[in-house]
Design a protein around this ligand. Structure first.
Ligand code: ZN
Length: 1025
């Protein structure tokens, strides 16, 4: 599964696409407690999938265009079926209102279809007679499960019939705008299994399903075993099938169950929607998302990753729709005027969370591949416009690459991908075996609208999901605590694939470095977790979901990258090939992976003890900082913590790839918590020594002052001698060491000097990220002028490097250069570089004079913002008109942000006032607009005044994070007191959020107090130099 990209590359945009009709949400979830806050120029349309995704205050955060809250009862507790006429799910929580109307109209056809289902079920359960309640022999019952299923039953295969009653098109006989759709489904399933323990009960997972009519049969003898669906354990989501006699050890059995349920909201099986652009007609489709624990919402099953089975799926659906599943279609036939049945071939043996289906009218775009039939499905108009062509082209190439690299062919004959508008809020894509689901914006590419940089996202997404076809689907982690075996591998393999198919993306310098930084910043927090937590810490659904975080994905990938550097790529690849072969269609643990890599190391004559080296990195939270004294070769390590007074006794087995000015890279080891001496770390002839070459190690490095100085001199004289990855790493390390008070802040700033001549993206990106805090702390003080002057001086050459492209609104070929061009405009204009400001002003007025004037999609966000900033009331008015009239989402987003960039206080106040008027600004945008205004130095005070004056309104409509985004920039005693007074007035002084804000501002005040004078002097000196 790929998490939703929270931070898009600069200049990237969301593709234009239709939104979710408001009436649809209200209609689908009438009793859900769903509060839909919407009122924009486009009041009918909403888009929920990004709604409650995490929002981070960065210039390129995906926007969250509406807010929506779910009442607690929306996801109800597990119901307890008593299995009588009263045993239904809480009608409150499900769409009874929808159904009530629909059923009247649909009774005839539904009855016909149910009759069809009954026929199928009868065929399956022939000779089985549902029986009365059996007598249970308690002595053989396995202890009731706690959170994990007992292993008394080993699944072999499931035969599943699902009957979906929804319409892909609004039924013609209903001339209403609502209550004409149904999300009800019914079905039956037969689980074939082996009994490995004498047991008088079978436990399965089931959530929000009504399950009944169990039939258990001994497949070996044909004998029917008395059975009864007993109960669901409320919080474990277990369903118990009690038996009249114990199952025999080694006996082969089948368990048939009927069930009915309702589609869930963006998980399990759910209804999705889109609008045909020309006809404005609504179309419906059904898709699934089962990871990690939602297969149980679709059918009763053994829903744990190591209980793999073969799935044979049969779907009854409306005649005008078609179904995609994990496997190929075996047969599709018409049942009657209304219904059709589609039967699939059995899937490979796989985990329940990989099961998928999609019922839609989508159309395919094929990819080239010599053996596998690959199709990318999307809305018909999107397919016709060719928006899936880029993805289709990449998919064929990447699949071929993985087959060759891993030495194992993709095992199915077909691979489908589908681009949908809505998935679980924090998810961008899901690797279901043979049917990968993606959000449209990470799969579709629209020429002239999408940014070129969007191609990187699309390629990375496809590579990640295709890597899962081996790492995750073919070989699966035994339990969720080792999720990194899926996600760390998929993340690592993404770099390999992208590098192969699109080498000019230089994915190491962009995506990889971004991920490394994400891992470092999450893993330094007290809330982080070891890569592999003990299994007992990962038991409940929410504990399992929490595993899908930066640590699992990116720390996992980074420690694999570190291992590759230790054992060499050739040996590593050999190890993972034999690991995949050995565990195909099975489940593995981390130690299995190490064993196979160890075998490859041994065969190659190496001596690395893989498991021993990797243990400290997988079982401990955090990472070390190593300190090297290059005058005597002494090296030591300690746990890197931002709070330098914290104590920790953790230590790691650290591989140190080291080079010097005169000698190439070699490896030394630090495998103790004491200080040791290493010959290779001694500086010869006053040369510099550089550790963590190419930033392959997952740690930070500190040096003696003399070596820091030698590295600085090298960067300022001949930076190319230092590898590009290390030019970024040195900046990121030294700023973080300064934050932890291990080095002086002026040393960190000295490492930005060489940027004046630097044209590579990575060092610039990391410098700007790290300098952001300095800008925020000083932008309302006397330090700001010299700081801006310094940044202007530094960025000047970089700006001119791209000027020929920028001046004609064009972009360079090379992708990292495209990133850097956007950065140069952003920094140039925001630091007041005259030629940048004048370029933005000119280009913006060209656009004002001629709205057909086209600015390259990569550059729009920056030009709009700085055009408005450099202009006056007329520019702002123009941007407002364009914002009001635009129907293109990405364009609207650019403009929404640009409107906050003006330096004119009256315009800023007007914009803030507009957020009170839902006719002008939809409520969903209020928080992001206030945050944008806060980011503007001119907008800070107006935004704070506005929020305080309108707290009653703002409080109800925006996220808690807004207050923090305003106060996190406070750095004076006056601001602290003002804030505390505000908290008291609003009776918030004891809240956790308020305490967090107060603590943060106190840290800021202390930091500014300690650094103001020294930084003022430093910036004055450097700006004048
Ligand atoms: Zn994934």
């Amino acid at each position: 599964m790929a998490l939703l990209f929270l931070q898009c590359p600069p200049g990237s945009s969301l593709s234009s696409r239709p939104l979710l009709p408001r009436s649809f949400l209200l209609q689908m979830f009438p009793d859900s407690g769903l509060t839909i806050v919407n009122s924009s120029a486009n009041p009918g349309l909403l888009r929920p999938s990004l709604v409650y995704g995490k929002s981070r205050e960065t210039p390129h955060t995906l926007s969250l265009p509406l807010s929506l809250t779910l009442a607690p009862h929306f996801y109800p507790g597990v119901w307890i079926p008593k299995h009588s006429s009263t045993s239904t799910m809480s009608k409150k929580t499900h769409r009874s209102r929808v159904v009530a109307v629909v059923l009247v109209v649909l009774t005839v056809s539904v009855i016909a279809a149910i009759a069809t289902m009954v026929i199928f079920f009868k065929i399956q359960t022939a000779d089985m007679n549902p029986t009365s309640r059996p007598t249970i022999s308690p002595s053989t019952t396995p202890a009731p499960p706690v959170t994990r299923l007992p292993r008394s039953v080993i699944p072999d295969r499931y035969k599943i019939f699902l009957h979906l009653q929804f319409y892909t098109r609004t039924p013609e006989f209903e001339n209403t705008t609502n209550e004409n759709q149904t999300e009800r489904f019914t079905g039956n399933s037969t689980l074939f299994f082996k009994s490995v323990q004498r047991s008088s009960a079978i436990y399965l997972h089931s959530s929000n399903l009504t399950v009944f009519d169990s039939v258990v049969r001994n497949v070996d003898t044909g004998e029917v075993v008395e059975s009864r669906v007993e109960y669901n354990h409320e919080w474990s989501e277990f369903l118990q099938v009690s038996l009249g006699q114990a199952l025999e050890v080694d006996g082969n059995y089948s368990l048939s169950l009927k069930f009915e349920g309702w589609m869930a909201f963006l998980n399990g099986m759910f209804l999705s929607i889109y609008e045909e652009r020309d006809s404005e007609t609504l179309r419906f489709l059904v898709v699934t998302h089962m990871q990690p624990t939602d297969a149980r919402k679709v059918f009763p099953c053994l829903d744990e990753p190591d209980l793999k089975a073969v799935f044979q799926l049969n779907v009854i659906h409306r005649r005008d729709s078609s179904v995609l599943g994990n496997a190929e279609i075996f047969d599709s036939s018409i049942i009657d005027d209304e219904w059709k049945i589609t039967q699939f071939y059995p899937t490979p043996r796989m985990s329940t969370y990989l099961l998928a289906l999609a019922v839609s009218e989508f159309t395919p775009t094929p990819s080239l591949h010599d053996r596998v039939q690959i199709n990318t499905f999307a809305r018909p108009e999107v397919t016709a416009a060719g928006h899936a062509l880029f993805a289709a082209n990449m998919t064929g190439k990447i699949l071929q690459f993985f087959e060759e690299m891993l030495g194992i062919n993709y095992p199915q004959k077909k691979l489908d991908q589908i681009a949908v508008l809505y998935l679980d809020p924090e998810i961008a894509a899901m690797e279901n075996w043979g049917l990968i689901t993606y959000l449209e914006e990470v799969l579709l590419y629209e020429e002239g609208v999408s940014s070129l940089l969007d191609k990187e996202t699309i390629t990375e997404m496809i590579a990640h999901e295709l890597a899962h076809q081996w790492f995750g689907n073919l070989v699966t982690m035994k339990w969720w605590n080792e999720l990194w075996l899926n996600e760390g591998f998929a993340t690592y393999m993404t770099y390999k694939a992208v590098d192969q198919v699109e080498p000019h993306f230089k994915t190491e310098e962009t995506a990889m470095a971004r991920h490394l930084q994400a891992a470092f910043s999450q893993d330094v927090l007290a809330s982080s977790h070891p890569l592999i937590p003990p299994p007992e810490k990962v038991q409940t659904n929410s504990e399992i979901k929490d595993m899908f975080d930066d640590t699992t994905y990116t720390k996992g990938a980074m420690i694999l990258r570190m291992l590759v550097d230790i054992v060499e790529e050739r040996v590593f690849n050999k190890g993972i090939r034999s690991y995949l072969l050995d565990f195909s269609y099975r489940n593995s643990e981390t130690r299995d992976l190490w064993n196979h890599i160890q075998k490859a190391v041994n065969e190659d004559g190496g001596h690395t003890r893989v498991a021993e080296v990797m243990e400290s990195w997988t079982t401990q939270t955090g990472y070390p900082v190593i300190t090297i004294n290059t005058s005597n070769g002494e090296v030591s390590q300690k746990h890197f913590l931002l709070n330098h007074s914290s104590e920790s006794s953790l230590w790691w087995t650290v591989p140190i790839r080291v080079m010097s000015k005169s000698s190439g890279p070699s490896m030394v080891w630090l495998d103790t918590d004491s200080t040791v001496k290493k010959e290779e770390l001694i500086s010869k002839n006053e040369d510099w020594v550089l550790a963590n070459v190419n930033w392959t190690g997952y740690y930070r490095v500190n040096y003696d002052p003399g070596n820091w100085q030698s590295l600085l001199t090298q960067l300022e004289t001949e930076p190319q001698k230092i590898p590009i990855m290390n030019r970024g790493q040195l900046i990121d390390d030294v700023f973080n060491l300064a934050r932890a008070k291990l080095v002086n802040v002026t040393l960190a700033l000295n490492f930005t000097r060489f940027l004046r001549k630097e044209t590579a993206f990575l060092p610039w990106e990391l410098a700007i990220k790290n300098l952001k805090y300095y800008v925020h702390m000083f932008d309302r003080s006397e330090v700001y002028g010299p700081l801006q002057a310094y940044l202007r001086r530094q960025v000047s050459d970089l700006y001119h490097f791209f000027k020929n492209y920028t001046d004609i609104a064009a972009v360079p070929q090379d992708h990292t250069s495209q990133h850097n061009q956007v950065l140069a405009i952003n920094l140039g204009c925001s630091s007041g570089l005259p030629e940048c400001v004048s370029m933005a002003r000119t280009m913006f007025s060209e656009w004002m004079n001629n709205t057909d004037y086209s600015i390259h999609p990569n550059l729009r966000s920056e030009i709009y913002c700085h055009g408005v900033a450099a202009g006056g009331v007329a520019e702002w008015e123009f941007a407002w008109r364009m914002f009001e009239n635009s129907i293109d989402i990405s364009e609207k987003e650019h403009l929404k942000e640009a409107l906050s960039c003006t330096k004119k206080i009256p315009s800023l106040n007007r914009y803030l006032q507009y957020t009170l008027d839902p006719e002008k600004i939809r409520l969903a945008d209020v928080a992001s607009i206030i945050s944008f205004v806060v980011r503007n130095v001119a907008g800070q005070a107006p935004a704070w005044d506005f929020v305080r004056a309108n707290w009653d309104y703002v409080e109800n409509e925006v996220s808690a994070g807004l207050l923090e985004s305003i106060t996190s920039r406070f750095s004076t005693q006056f601001e602290l007191e003002q804030m505390q007074q505000f908290f008291v007035e609003n009776n918030m002084q004891h809240s956790v959020d308020a305490q967090k804000c107060i603590e943060e501002v106190q840290v800021n005040i202390q930091w500014v107090h300690e650094h103001r004078d020294i930084l003022h002097r430093w910036f004055l000196h450097e700006a004048a130099a």
